[in-house]
Design a protein around this ligand. Sequence first.
Ligand SMILES: [Zn+2]
Length: 117
Amino acid sequence: MDNQIHKSGERVEKFCDACGEERGHVVASVTKAGRITRVSCPKCGTRSAFKAGAGTTTRATAKSGAPYDCTHTYRAGQSMTHPVFGVGEVTALIEPQKIDVLFPDRMRRLIHSRARS
Ligand SMILES: [Zn+2]
């Protein structure tokens, strides 16, 4: 079923043994055929082997979120497209107006829920 060509930097859902929960992981390495071999957990940094199959769901990472809007109120798990950083996914709400967003290269903290002036 999973015949997609993957690239490092993409995101896949995987169960992290260190965190004890399923979360989006960053693809760390792929084979020439585009199969994911290693992923890293953005939360704890653990790198682990990736095997598509039981207990693992790959999500179409090509889908992009709506453009980032600092006045929008985001929730964990939502995706966005940032004009500079690319497609990111909200991993956590830090403060009422700050969110951590995982972009292809690294995690960034962004403002959200800002009142329109
Ligand atoms: Zn983890």
